[in-house]
Design a protein around this ligand. Structure first.
Ligand code: AMP
Ligand code: MG
Length: 884
């Protein structure tokens, strides 16, 4: 009955002045006024598009009204009466009131007028402090204005706990979930009705959104919800007056709960739950009706993926469905995902030695290894040479190998493992003092070096394949003890992930003092392939490495991101499989590198979990870089500070468990207990799972740095610096790919060259800062600790060179050196007296410069010469002297 319906609507409008309002801008701020027009009642044909258009049509606030009716005809006897209103004049309870009065009027009842009420227009806006940040899985940003929204909806039975209201339980559960995400006790705003007995029957906006602070969620849900109840009661006593505020919501997360009136007399009513606008990161709206709770998780898909919100919904249900007396800190939010199902059935007794022996049996006459001088050995020859040496070595011992990467070094490593001993690589290019420090700490029973075999008194390390030293935060390096089984598992796992067959040829390019050398040396040998050893001199220059790759038909190359940047400077053959790891792979490098190779695998892993623990295949034109998934028999957990597993999408510390986990640190039970917990290694890396089961790497949670692939604890360099008599305090930080040293001087500040010389006595060259700054004092945090984030930026203090001597009479050697330096450093006009380090030079630039010197001038300049005499003029002098 069109006419009766039209009249019923008019009667409702007459009874509820809010529906006929507009908003005027006045000197006192916005105020409600009477609208310039009547509440429209339009008629038309029904279609989904029309319905959507009606809902989405904006209101003219200043003209009003802020409500409208549309009667849409679907069939002669079927109509949809669509009512829409702006939230400024309409709240959840208004819905029930509207339908109640409409039904009554349509049935012929007279609607009695309601008493007049004063409208809440403003009021003193309290300044509310709130967190503007929240950890939600995959959250990209917290909306700062209304954004197009979406909702995840589900129904569930109301969560019932004796003595508590449903709202209290809901709110407590939301806080439990938030706390588990790392937002313990964060303020959440609540959509609360401000209706009183007086306003009970009025249509209008009678809600406020107070912010409630709660205690961090602990104990059982029952006890915690009781605590939330007490706080809610306090809020109730100070029930705020109704105010209108602009979007967005006060807090990143908000909760609304409403109990619907029992079904109204008017049939076929359906309320849309969601307006389509997201005002914050997450709004949890629950409407309780006879059919239970209808939960709506409202969000902006551009701020947080809907799939992540679905997961939040599952976490909320997990808490609400848990036993109310269970500890909320331990409720399982989500089942373990399948990405850790990496179990493989490898032979538990396999070792590099046994796997290599198998290949010797299969292909004794195949070439196993060649070096870049053309020397080679077959599988049988390598087997025989290593067996012979093994017979002379102590068994079950730790044996240091102080050799550069070479064919003999490989024979030594195999021999040590064959004698059931473990090898300890010592980089002969490291400062003597550092080599001594490691030898003293590790106590090997023998040393293999250029001078042959030298026995000492030492101790064994049972079960170990090798012991690898890495930087320690106390200033002293620590030895990681890697068992045979871990190494074998890594090799077999990588053979599977990367693929390695008898036709493949792997390049050995990494220093033996890095654990990753173990992969490139042994994987080809246990899979029947061929190892191509690049000498250290060769590895100095990208171009000569590329020549070797071509000449030897290398198929697999592993390098750090900085190493790959060098290699990309030259012409690489097509079809390479590239492994890149050791530090974060930047997206730009990933794109560039992937376009030049057939496969690119980002590999990740600490020394403590044996070379690599994850691998991620990078596609062509990648949009993102992940470190992929766990390799065979490896499990990854992202945990919070209490070591609880975090749900997918939240940042936390990556812990690694499984076959790769090392025995611990050599003779450092304290440190071992600290880092190796419940069979897992705590990496200190901040990571998260993506929705498709990859691990994203964000950075470190401590002060460990990666300087062009070299791992160092900032504290180790700082300790060394403080040992200099003129240094009172010291800090180091990464600036781009450069290490920067900051010192507070004791008396006259020392020259950078002096500090570098001081560090070079104990530190590998890569770990010596190239940038320096003297500070009055180190920046400190509120609690008196070094504030690393506040260390200033440093730029290169380069004075423009006035007279670059490139005239015709200039020295040929100087000219050649100038060309090389300018190419490598990408700086024009370098003067012969300019300090290489002041120009931004570092160990990698030095290796590239010295590689080119070999190529063009035929002279090998040892790296330490560059540290002692870092100018073109001085290097020229060295070259002249050594060639005369
Ligand atoms: P290391 O013990 O020298 O292998 O250093 C291990 C550390 O290097 C890890 O804990 C990470 O911080 C970092 N790292 C290694 N590989 C990667 C990678 N592919 N992406 C990001 N960081 C990496
Ligand atoms: Mg590693």
């Amino acid at each position: 009955d069109h006419d009766a319906l039209r009249e019923a609507c008019a009667a409702v409008v007459a009874r509820h002045p809010a529906l006929s309002r507009a908003v005027a801008d006045t000197a006192d701020g916005p105020r409600f006024v009477r609208a310039a027009a009547e509440v429209p009642f339009t008629e038309g044909d029904h279609s989904d598009a029309r319905v959507r258009a009606e809902i989405e049509r904006p209101y003219d606030l200043t003209r009003g009204p802020l409500a409208r009716f549309a009667l849409l005809r679907a069939a002669p006897e079927r109509h949809l009466l669509l009512f829409s209103a702006h939230h400024l004049v309409f709240d959840g309870n208004s819905k029930d009131l509207l339908v109640r009065d409409l039904a009554a009027a349509y049935a012929g009842a007279e609607l009695a007028p309601l008493p007049e009420i004063a409208l809440g227009n403003g009021g003193d806006p309290e300044r509310i402090e709130f967190w503007s940040e929240v950890n939600l899985p995959h959250l990209r940003h917290v909306p700062e204005r209304a954004e197009p929204g979406a909702t995840v909806e589900f129904t569930m039975a109301p969560a019932d706990i004796d003595g508590l209201t449903h709202f209290e339980v809901l709110l407590a559960a939301v806080h439990v979930v938030l706390a588990r995400y790392g937002n313990a006790g964060m303020p959440v705003s609540l959509g609360m009705s401000t209706r009183t007995a007086e306003t009970r029957d009025h249509i209008g906006l009678f809600v406020n959104e107070p912010v409630l602070t709660v205690a961090p969620a602990t104990g059982s849900l029952r006890d915690y919800a009781s605590d939330v109840r007490r706080r809610l009661r306090m809020l109730d006593r100070h029930r705020p007056v109704s105010t209108t505020r602009p979007v967005p919501a006060l807090t990143p997360v908000s909760v609304g709960y409403r109990k619907r009136s029992p079904k109204p007399a008017f049939e076929h009513v359906e309320w849309a739950m969601f307006s389509g606008a997201a005002r914050n990161a997450l709004h949890v709206q629950v409407v309780e009706g006879p059919e239970g709770w209808v939960v709506s998780l409202q969000h902006s898909p551009s701020a947080i993926p809907t799939e992540a919100v679905e997961r939040i919904g599952r976490h909320l249900r997990a808490v609400l469905h848990a036993d109310p007396s269970a500890d909320v800190a331990r409720i399982e939010l989500e089942p373990e995902h399948p990405w850790n199902d990496t179990a493989r059935d490898y032979d538990p007794h396999a070792t590099v030695v046994s796997l290599f022996a198998e290949q010797v049996r299969l292909r004794p006459d195949d070439i196993a290894v060649v070096d870049d001088s053309g020397q080679s050995m077959t599988y049988a020859e390598l087997d025989e040479a290593s067996a012979q040496l093994a017979r002379r070595l102590p068994a079950d011992a730790l044996i240091a190998i102080r050799l550069r990467r070479s064919l003999p070094a490989l024979v030594n490593m195999l021999a040590v493992m064959r004698s059931d001993s473990a090898y300890l690589p010592i980089d002969p290019d490291y400062p003597a003092a550092r080599q001594e420090m490691v030898l003293e700490d590790a106590r090997p029973a023998a040393i293999l070096s250029e001078n042959g075999l030298e026995h000492r008194t030492g101790e064994g390390v049972p079960g170990a394949a090798y012991v690898m030293y890495t930087s320690g935060s106390t200033g002293k390096p620590k030895g990681v003890v890697v068992p045979h089984a871990a190494l074998a598992n890594l090799l077999l796992g990588m053979a599977e992930t990367v693929g390695s067959t008898p036709g493949d040829r792997w390049l050995a390019l990494t220093s033996l003092a890095f654990d990753i050398s173990g992969l490139e040396l042994f994987l080809p040998l246990i899979t029947g392939g061929r190892l191509v050893i690049a000498s250290e001199a060769r590895a100095l220059d990208g171009r000569t490495v590329a020549e070797l790759i071509r000449a030897q038909g290398v198929t697999h190359v592993q390098a750090t991101p900085s190493g790959w940047r060098v290699l990309l400077e030259s012409d690489l053959p097509d079809g390479l499989t590239a492994l890149c790891g050791g530090e974060a792979l930047p997206l730009d490098l990933a794109r560039q590198l992937r376009s030049r190779v057939a496969r690119l695998i980002n590999v990740y892993g600490p020394t403590e979990t044996t070379i690599w623990s994850t691998a991620g295949e990078i596609p062509v034109d990648p949009e993102r870089v992940t470190i992929g998934r766990p390799i065979a028999n490896t499990r990854l957990y992202i945990v919070d500070s209490a070591l609880r597993t975090l749900p997918v999408g939240l940042w936390g510390e990556l812990c690694i468990g499984g076959a790769g986990v090392a025995q611990g640190y050599l003779r450092r039970p304290d440190l071992t207990a600290d880092k190796f917990v419940r069979g897992m290694y705590r990496t200190g890396d901040v990571c998260r799972w993506t929705l498709d089961g990859q691990i994203e790497f964000r950075g470190r949670s401590d002060n460990q740095l990666k300087v062009r692939g070299h791992r160092v604890e900032a504290e180790e360099i700082e300790t060394r610096l403080r040992e200099h008599p003129a240094v009172a305090q010291a800090a180091v930080a990464l600036r781009g790919d450069q290490l920067a040293g900051y010192i507070v001087a004791r008396g006259a500040p020392p020259e950078p060259a002096e500090l570098r010389r001081h560090l070079a006595a104990t530190l590998p060259t890569a770990l010596i800062p190239g940038l320096w700054q003297v500070l009055e004092a180190l920046p400190l945090t509120a609690n008196g600790k070094l504030d690393r984030a506040a260390l200033p930026a440093i730029s290169l203090p380069r004075d423009p060179v006035s007279d670059v001597d490139t005239g015709g009479d200039s020295d040929e050697i100087i000219k050649a050196l100038q060309d090389i330096w300018q190419e490598v450093l990408s700086i024009d006009d370098i003067g012969p007296e300019e300090d290489l380090f002041d120009l931004g030079g570092h160990s990698l630039t030095i290796t590239r410069i010295s590689g080119r010197i070999v190529q063009r001038l035929g002279v090998e300049v040892p790296l330490d010469v560059f540290f002692d005499t870092p100018t073109i003029a001085e290097i020229a002098l060295y070259i002249r002297e050594s060639s005369s």
